[in-house]
Design a protein around this ligand. Sequence first.
Ligand code: ADP
Ligand code: UDP
Length: 238
Amino acid sequence: MIKQAAVYTGKAKTVYATDDPELFVMEYRDDATAFNGVKKAALDRKGKVNNYFNAHVMQVLEHQGIKTHFVKLLSDNESLVKKLDMIKVECVIRNVVAGGISKRLGIEEGMVLPEPTFEFFLKDDALGDPIINESHIHVFKWATDAEVTELKRKTFLVNDILKAWFATAGLTLVDFKLEFGRHHGELLLGDEFTLDGCRVWDAVTQEKFDKDRFRRDLGNVIEFYEAAAKRLGINIPE
Ligand code: ADP
Ligand code: UDP
């Protein structure tokens, strides 16, 4: 496999073509962004920590029957993935109120929900990723009705698997975002599952182990990412 030109440079990752038209190299950079790219920083080791964290989570999910784009780790900062035709909606599940829903609906952060909520957002930086509903997805043909059913089913399954795993490490999975894409007629989990795209709190003290440390200037961002990885048994080489 030979890495070729970058096909997409996002806020935290760069995607490269390869000599195999079915495969991409995903490079995790040290860049951190928040508030739709308004706040930016470079955080030492972030790319490496996220690359290993994501690889481990994707492998756990595969073992539990969730098909993903992840193929293998290539280096500290790179993974090989299957090229997907990305669905431009983000799937968000919340187990506890935090962040966007707290502001939008005026509900205090920390309320444990009696059951998880599901939300769709349109993946569009220029519009600030607005919240959308199934009717919008249907009318604007961002995904078929069958795909919408699958997006929700798979996202809820991921929640069940990860919530239970994280709980064994004394961590609460508060909320998270997933992206999926089409691959030979199948929906695969794409993009990443890292502490950049979820909220994870200590189950007892509610200390934050996720990107809110960066968003809210709480400090020691990568130290907490590594501490969460350690608790979960995810090995990140020195
Ligand atoms: P953003 O675009 O939000 O700034 P990133 O910096 O994480 O995000 O860039 C990664 C980009 O690659 C995202 O647009 C994501 O949708 C896309 N992507 C993720 N996985 C795949 C895949 N397997 N095939 C094609 N594109 C992917
Ligand atoms: N999220 C993400 N990318 C986005 C939007 C949200 O990874 O573009 C994640 C975010 O980290 C959190 C969850 O999805 O874990 C819910 O995000 P929320 O709607 O609360 O928005 P935020 O306040 O994080 O911008």
